[in-house]
Design a protein. Structure first.
Lengths: 183, 282
């Protein structure tokens, strides 16, 4: 069953999401990947304010390709999430509601997801041209100097993803491959 | 001795076209393998993921946009004929082609100047990694690809020694793919380089990812090893996007080289399902 979620995501909606569910997101999300996470984390460590309000947001790990003329955005698929593992618990503790990326997360991230009642969603890696069809608008928020790694706000309509780790810590990357493992 | 003259501009425009083409148009071998996998995949989620990847690749080709946002670091294997002469700086002509492709083709600029300290984007996706080999003849053959780093980061090399034998080789390859798990955008293409020295093994592994997955190693022993490893990898269960299934890899390509009496280096270069490469002969 596919669940339609209107953003900003509510605590009730998160509680109703279970690992393996297909979801379609509509509303706005923010973007950020390696370099932006490093900067945000350094500010948090110093106790300084962040240039973007992450409270209640979902962050999409993406570094888009440039948009072709006439397109709202360029191809924009997820990047590997584990590279953000070092920074993610601090962001979740500050009120970030979830992440959209691809691939496994470490124990610290899963614990922070459960502790804060958040969610980790997976988009399909390498489906960038298809995913971009559900991104209608982009707006620069900060760190323009990082180019593709800048933090942006995306307006999305029926953005497709799968619940990878739910608020109880159920994790499709742990539960699903073993069902098909023959070695 | 007679030399055939080739202009630097011709090299630049050929390289530009290679990078734009390989980022927009997935190879027929990959598409064919994806379609076959969609029909044989046991997991319903896996089949859905494969259908979406196929649809993604169709959109990219039709609209001439990159099929993945990570349009990669530019890697080129050049076979440079000893009877051909380029009027100018060959490496600069290639670099200019990369620069133009990434600028004019709406490809992502993903290269930083310094790996550890500055990490400032060079803004034109250069420098490229250029492997040049002088060969006989009056042609220049260029095989190029954009290598995404989601899968590159999952690659590994090990200096095995002879007593490990073929079992040790298999174990290292399978361990590397297992450790990569869901991260390198499965279904993957596994490039393996065996032999040579430390750096030759790694280079061969990259070269192996640039070979069509429906072309086997000409040595039947290695070709059988490719088939066996593909079978074993697809028993791991990671499946499309790592969400479970029996399609974790589309192909395993092995390239080999003579090596030292004391050694048996093995390099495993993992490539995502967006295995992009294209060739041209000038």
């Amino acid at each position: 069953m596919t669940k339609k979620i209107t953003l900003p995501i509510t605590d009730e909606a998160i509680a109703d999401l279970h690992a393996g569910d297909s979801v379609l997101l509509t509303g706005t999300i923010i973007t950020g990947r390696d370099a932006a996470h490093k900067r945000l984390f350094e500010l948090i460590e110093k106790g300084e304010p962040l240039p973007v309000d992450i409270k209640g947001e979902l962050i999409y790990y993406v570094g888009p390709a440039p948009a072709k003329p006439g397109y709202a955005v360029g191809p924009a698929g997820p990047t590997s999430s584990y590279r953000m593992d070092k920074y993610t618990p601090a962001l979740l503790d500050l009120g970030l509601k979830g992440m959209i990326g691809k691939g496994a997360r470490n124990r610290d991230v899963i614990d922070a997801i459960v502790r804060n009642k958040c969610v980790y969603l997976a988009a399909i890696g390498g489906a960038a041209a298809l995913i971009a069809k559900s991104i209608k608008k982009e707006e620069l928020l900060c760190y323009e100097d990082l180019g593709t790694e800048a933090v942006r706000r995306y307006t999305v309509e029926d953005f497709p993803c799968i619940v990878a780790i739910d608020s109880e810590g159920n994790n499709v990357y742990e539960t699903e491959p073993v069902k098909y493992r023959e070695c | 001795m007679e030399f055939r003259a080739v202009s630097a501009e011709e090299i630049t425009s050929a390289v530009k076209k290679l990078f734009m083409d390989c980022n927009y148009f997935i190879g027929k071998d990959i598409l064919c393998a994806l379609e076959k996998a969609r029909d044989s995949e046991k997991s319903p989620v896996g089949r859905d993921v494969l259908s979406q990847i196929i649809e993604n690749d169709r959109i990219a080709a039709e609209e001439e946009i990159p099929l993945c946002q990570d349009t990669g670091m530019a890697v080129l294997f050049v076979e440079y004929g000893d009877k051909v002469c380029v009027d100018g700086d060959f490496d600069e002509a290639v670099t200019e082609g990369v620069r133009q492709a990434y600028r004019d083709g709406c490809l992502r600029k993903s290269v930083v100047s310094d790996p550890v300290f500055d990490r400032v984007n060079t803004k034109d996706n250069t420098p490229a990694i250029i492997h040049t080999k002088i060969v006989k003849g009056d042609k220049i053959k260029i095989t190029a690809g954009g290598k995404g780093f989601g899968s590159e980061n999952m690659s590994a090399i090990k200096m095995l020694t002879p007593s490990y034998g073929v079992e040790g080789v298999k174990k290292f390859i399978l361990d590397t793919v297992f450790k990569a798990g869901p991260n390198p955008c499965p279904p993957v293409v596994v490039g393996v380089g065996i032999g040579g020295t430390f750096e030759r093994a790694a280079q061969l592994a990259k070269k192996a990812t640039f070979r069509a997955i429906d072309a086997s190693n000409p040595d039947p022993r290695y070709s059988a090893l490719e088939d066996e490893l593909l079978g074993e990898i697809n028993k791991m269960g990671f499946g499309p996007a790592g969400l479970g299934g029996n399609t974790t890899a589309l192909g395993v390509n092995i390239e080999t080289s003579p090596t030292h009496i004391a050694g048996m280096p093995v390099a495993v270069n993992i490539c995502c399902h967006a295995a992009r490469h294209a060739s041209v002969e000038i």
